[in-house]
Design a protein around this ligand. Structure first.
Ligand code: PMP
Length: 441
């Protein structure tokens, strides 16, 4: 189809031109960009969004995986509407923050929590807590994983295949400009699904006098499509970090509240020392959290670490989070999400098998994707080496032109919401089948 966005997006095009006059690049986050111009959204209801041209889409982007509750969820709307006339910001705690903290403590089995406004703030604070707790500067992350936009973690993501470096010593590379080399050098990447090399690297760093304060990782990588942990991998990482006295941080900004009520921690039964949340926590309002064990979080309680923020624990966000946890993201929600995702994953896999496409479907909880690759992706190098970029791009365009809304980046997965129904995932499968038929005929 000439591989272009050919839905009618003339109003978005015009809005891009006028927005670009004073809004840098026409958007508020570079991740909202997309060639030839970004699509501007007018409104959303449940699983549907409508852009400024009036195009209607089934939303599989869901605000970068935040809107598991569906758009304009009435339970959240009522909580926010009830809070507004009582005041929305005091820079002081409200009761809802205490109730949300105890619910998260119960779900994650971690005793102590603090709130932030985003995933980036959560990972920034978690890393600072780990550094203060251990008295060390170096940190370890997974090569290719995204943990937000602060300096310490804007390292070794989006790297070209030939720049990755040797398996035992992958390169620490800044992701974009403005990140001091001195900070980059403190962040040591290792590859996902390879606990053995992780431990070797830790031992080397120990010998050099720069043992890491923490390992920060997603239990399921969610920015290369979806990359599941191999059996035993998370357990091995837990064992290694415990043995070497390194704080294990599960960044559950994406996995938390989408793959189970208690995130990856519950789903895989491996407990980290610190957890970071954001995205789905606020039900569409900005909210993030850091949770941890009594022992590690003591550095916050004894004022060694200033975990602060004018808007942290904002009353509107906390009212939304409380309503979401109490009324929406309850056990039955995960049954529904699992059911839908199984149906969607199986349907996509059928299409792949029927037409012999190079790829596979993979997912967990509300998250999944079709990965176009002849072999299974297990880490960043295998992704860069094998992902069929053209086919991935084509699938994105094909979906967008047929009312299936996807994130602007083709590496991103789908996120289902509690408001999606069988008919929505069946439509996805139908559109995918049409694409497979068109490209293989
Ligand atoms: N951690 C992970 C795993 C993420 O996916 C993201 C955002 N995509 C972040 C942190 C950063 O969150 P935010 O954009 O809210 O700062």
């Amino acid at each position: 189809e000439g591989a272009q966005l050919n839905a009618n997006t003339t109003a978005s095009k015009a809005m891009y031109a006028s927005a670009s006059q004073h809004l840098a690049g026409g958007v508020s986050s570079s991740y909202q960009l997309r060639d030839p111009w970004p699509i501007y959204i007018d409104r959303g209801h449940q699983q549907t969004i409508i852009d400024v041209d009036g195009n209607e889409y089934i939303d599989f982007h869901n605000g970068y995986g935040s809107m598991v509750q569906g758009h304009a969820n009435p339970a959240i709307g009522e909580a926010v509407a009830a809070r507004f006339p009582l005041g929305t910001h005091f820079g002081m705690a409200t009761e809802d923050s205490s109730i949300v903290a105890s619910e998260l403590a119960e779900r994650w089995g971690l005793a102590k929590w603090r709130f932030t406004n985003s995933g980036s703030e959560s990972t920034m604070d978690a890393i600072r807590i780990a550094r203060a707790y251990t008295g060390r500067d170096t940190i370890m992350k997974i090569f290719g994983s995204y943990h937000g936009h602060h300096d310490a973690v804007m390292v070794s993501i989006g790297v070209e295949y030939d720049k990755i470096g040797p398996r035992e010593h992958p390169a620490s590379l800044a992701y974009g400009g403005g990140i001091p080399q001195a900070i980059v050098d403190l962040t040591i990447p290792v590859h996902f699904n390879d606990a053995e090399t992780m431990e070797k690297r830790i031992v080397e760093l120990e010998a050099e006098g720069r043992k890491p304060a923490c390992v920060i990782m997603e239990a399921v990588m969610m920015n290369l499509g979806v990359v599941l942990p191999e059996p035993g991998y998370l357990e091995a990482v837990r064992e290694i970090t415990r043995k070497h006295g390194i704080v294990l941080i599960f960044d559950e900004v994406k996995t938390g509240l989408t793959i189970a009520a208690g995130g990856a921690t519950e789903r895989f039964g491996v407990k980290p020392d610190l957890v970071t949340l954001a995205k789905a926590l606020g039900g569409g309002l900005p909210a993030g959290a850091v949770g941890g064990t009594e022992e590690v979080m003591r550095v916050v309680e004894d004022h060694t670490v200033y975990q602060v923020g004018t808007y942290s624990g904002n009353p509107l966000s906390m009212a939304a989070a409380r309503a979401s946890l109490e009324k929406v993201l309850v056990p039955s929600a995960y049954e529904h999400l699992n059911h839908l995702n199984e149906r969607l994953l199986a349907g996509c896999q059928n299409v792949i098998d029927k037409y012999g496409l190079p790829g596979y479907s993979v997912g967990i909880g509300a998250k999944g994707c079709v990965t176009f690759s002849p072999t299974k992706i297990i880490d960043y190098p295998s992704f860069k080496e094998n992902q069929d970029v053209e086919l991935s791009e084509l699938a994105w365009l094909w979906n967008m032109n047929r009312g299936i809304y996807m994130t602007p980046g083709r590496e991103e997965e789908w996120t289902l919401s509690v408001t999606h129904q069988d008919a929505d995932v069946d439509r996805y499968i139908e559109v995918f089948d049409e694409m497979a038929a068109a490209i293989t005929k």
